[in-house]
Write a protein that binds this ligand. Structure first.
Ligand code: MLT
Ligand code: MN
Ligand code: ZN
Length: 311
């Protein structure tokens, strides 16, 4: 199984269009230690030809252009895409807006929880993906399925979606609904993606607000986990003057400190730990920062665009 990191940044990317924080300034000047990143998405393949997209970022068009494996293949006619199907982990803008770049009458299958499908169905712009060409397939929590292309041919992968701590998409938050803003389990899922023929599997968890014992047990000993790397500290947005919300309030787990992901993952015996969905304010993006050194010393890799992993 091959895994290609199409994008590694959180919503807004790095640099973010309206951000003049120190990291974004460095990324904008071409500083080689502050490499730009697009918004998070992975592509996975078992056969090296047909790819499963995990989330569709607003930067998808540029991501396809930057990765030859995503280009139309030679000898397949005037219209072709290696992208055979997509799975969504939530309805956040940074994970669904790229679907609009997949219009132009190209067949592919779209997998998401019924809740996320309802959100898309409630927004008429997504009707640009003609259901005759882009079948919507529902994903039940905790039930592994074999993703297939639009015509029903399996991709040789198995995917299981399961709910993780998080919240509904920002634009759907219902303040009146209380602490969870009206969130339901189907709003934020993690994915276990397996290549059953090869006997390998990894976890993709781009949005997660906490690591309760059941989730730590679930990830224990996995060969590869790509995990929510949104912020370094809980109060990063306030600290950098870029916002008022805590990481928890945004549905994310910070990296540092006793309640952070670095501490929570210590001792889980995971083969490769990779941070992804990294916000532009996170100093871990800066290759000469003490935070980057600390994350790497704890066994983490900070994902970058174009990174390839294989299992
Ligand atoms: C998030 O990860 O918290 C969201 O993508 C935020 C957003 O919608 O910009
Ligand atoms: Mn996001
Ligand atoms: Zn910034």
């Amino acid at each position: 199984m091959k895994i290609l990191v199409l994008g590694s940044a959180a919503g807004g990317g790095f640099p973010q269009w309206n951000c003049a924080c120190p990291g974004c300034r460095r990324a904008r000047t071409g500083d080689p230690l502050a490499r730009p990143r697009t918004q998070s998405s992975l592509a996975v393949t078992a056969d090296g030809e047909r790819w499963l997209l995990l989330n569709a970022s607003p930067d998808l068009r540029a991501q396809i252009q930057a990765n030859p494996a995503m280009h139309p293949a030679d000898g397949r006619g005037v219209r072709h895409s290696p992208i055979a199907a997509a799975v969504l982990t939530n309805a956040d803008i940074d994970h669904v807006a790229g679907l609009l770049s997949l219009r132009e009458s190209q067949p592919f299958a779209l997998y998401a929880t019924p809740r996320v499908h309802r959100v898309l169905a409630g927004n008429s712009v997504f009707q640009v993906l003609n259901p005759d060409l882009v079948p919507r397939r529902g994903v039940a929590l905790g039930e592994p399925f074999r993703p297939a292309d639009a015509a029903g041919a399996p991709l040789g992968l198995e995917v299981e979606a399961f709910a993780v701590p998080g919240k509904v998409a920002l634009y759907l938050e219902d303040e009146a609904a209380g602490p969870g803003f009206g969130s339901v389990p189907e709003d934020t899922v993690a994915l276990r993606v397996a290549d059953p023929a090869a006997g390998t599997a990894f976890y993709y968890v781009p949005g997660c607000a906490a690591l309760p014992p059941w989730l730590a047990d679930r990830l224990y000993g996995a060969p590869l986990v790509l995990f929510d790397g949104t912020t370094w500290t809980e109060d990063e947005m306030q600290r950098t003057g870029t916002g008022t919300k805590t990481a928890q309030r945004m549905g994310h787990m910070c990296m540092s400190g006793p309640d952070g992901s670095i501490a929570a993952f210590a001792g889980l015996g995971i083969g490769r730990k990779v941070f992804i969905h990294i916000n532009n304010t996170n100093p871990v993006l800066l290759e000469d920062s003490p935070e980057r050194r600390a994350a790497e010393a704890a066994g983490w890799t900070v994902a970058h665009d174009g990174m390839e992993l294989s299992l």
